[in-house]
Design a protein around this ligand. Structure first.
Ligand code: COA
Length: 323
């Protein structure tokens, strides 16, 4: 018997500290006008010293669990998408499991950078369709500020910290209609932190491991690729563009989002946008945006939602969801 996965609760958490464009003007050679015009970003949240990805993940998870109205011991799988784990190991998912007081169920991290939440959702969906999991906590959580070179204007204006979470419950009807995952590692060098534990631990230890990006090329590839995945997703479900009620895109840049919305022939009023206030929170950006639109009542039961993401790897993917 096929089972389906339904999102029954969402939660988001943003650190208290807000970093405005005006403050960035004092740190690098940039301007509020440039950042707004090229990215749509006006501010981003930055984790406090001593506040870690796990802390953000826990807050978002508790809010999602509250909305879902489930008991914590019902959770039988935890997946955390993150590029900025607190430790080399254990995984952030295992640390979160302990924080929440869950015991015994599988818990693991997924690393697909900004597509991480879509990857995690797809993995959860597979486990739930086979009946191997019934109640899954899926989290996207990041402290990207820790891998940013705050003297590099090409990258430091773009990113922020945050976490978003979703609780998925098994259902007899979907829920998640389909997920579509892709990657092409040939593009690794266009968006990367080149150092890591194995190849340059010293750089990591000395705090010299930072995001490097060929912005223009990433931009062009993102627009092209996200257009293709919209088509792929609609075709797989034999749906028309007009059947999609809400686009919940990865929040990297308002111009990339606008290009995808144009492809869907969707008015901006049907696109959930949080990039202005959150910046790019990588794996956290989609679940954070989803949570905002669920809580403010825009997304309603029965709506069809298209989530899509693109990020380092390159990785890209989508999830079509019946709310
Ligand atoms: N403030 C002022 N000027 C800046 C700047 C900043 N924060 N960052 C870069 N610039 C300058 C560059 O140095 C360059 O100057 P030059 O022409 O003198 O060399 C110029 O702006 C680049 O301009 P342009 O090519 O027109 O920028 P853009 O329209 O491509 O916008 C990005 C730059 C980074 C905003 C854009 O490329 C982008 O969003 N790329 C995708 C990034 C992304 O989404 N990454 C994550 C994917 S998950």
């Amino acid at each position: 018997m096929t089972h389906f996965a339904r999102i029954v609760g969402t939660g988001g958490y943003l650190p208290e500290r807000i970093l405005t464009n005006a403050e960035l003007e004092t740190m690098v050679d940039t301007s509020d006008a440039w950042i707004r015009e090229r990215t749509g970003i006006t501010q981003r949240h930055i984790a406090a010293e001593g506040e870690f990805t796990l802390d953000l993940a826990e807050q978002a998870s508790r809010r999602a669990i509250d909305m879902a109205g489930i008991r914590i011991d019902e959770i039988d799988m935890i997946i955390v998408a993150t590029t900025t784990p607190d430790q080399v190991f254990p995984s952030t998912a295992c640390l979160l499991q302990s924080r929440l007081g869950v015991h015994g169920c599988p818990a693991f991290d997924i690393q697909a950078v900004c597509t991480g939440f879509v990857y995690a959702l797809a993995v959860a969906d597979q486990f739930m369709r086979t009946g191997a999991a019934t109640t899954v906590l899926v989290v996207g959580a990041e402290t990207f500020s820790r891998i940013i070179d705050w003297t590099d204007r090409n990258t430091c204006v773009l990113f922020g910290d945050g976490a978003g979470a979703a609780v998925l419950k098994q259902d007899t009807a979907p829920g998640i209609l389909s997920t579509h995952l892709h990657a092409d590692g040939d593009y690794a060098n266009l968006l990367q932190v080149p150092q890591g534990v194995s190849n340059n631990l010293a750089a990591v230890q000395e705090g010299r491991a930072f995001v490097e990006m060929a912005g223009g090329e990433v931009f062009r590839m993102a627009v092209k690729t996200l257009g293709r995945i919209v088509d792929e997703t609609l075709e797989a479900n034999q749906l028309d563009k007009s059947d999609v009620d809400w686009l919940v895109p990865h929040q990297a840049n308002s111009r990339i989002i606008a290009a995808t919305a144009r492809k869907l022939r969707m008015p901006v009023s049907k696109v959930v946008q949080t990039v202005a206030e959150h910046g790019n929170t990588s794996a956290a950006s989609i679940p954070l945006a989803l949570d905002v639109a669920v809580r403010d009542g825009r997304i309603k039961r029965g709506d069809t939602i298209l989530m899509e993401g693109f990020g380092g790897g390159f990785t890209w993917g989508s999830a079509l969801v019946n709310w």
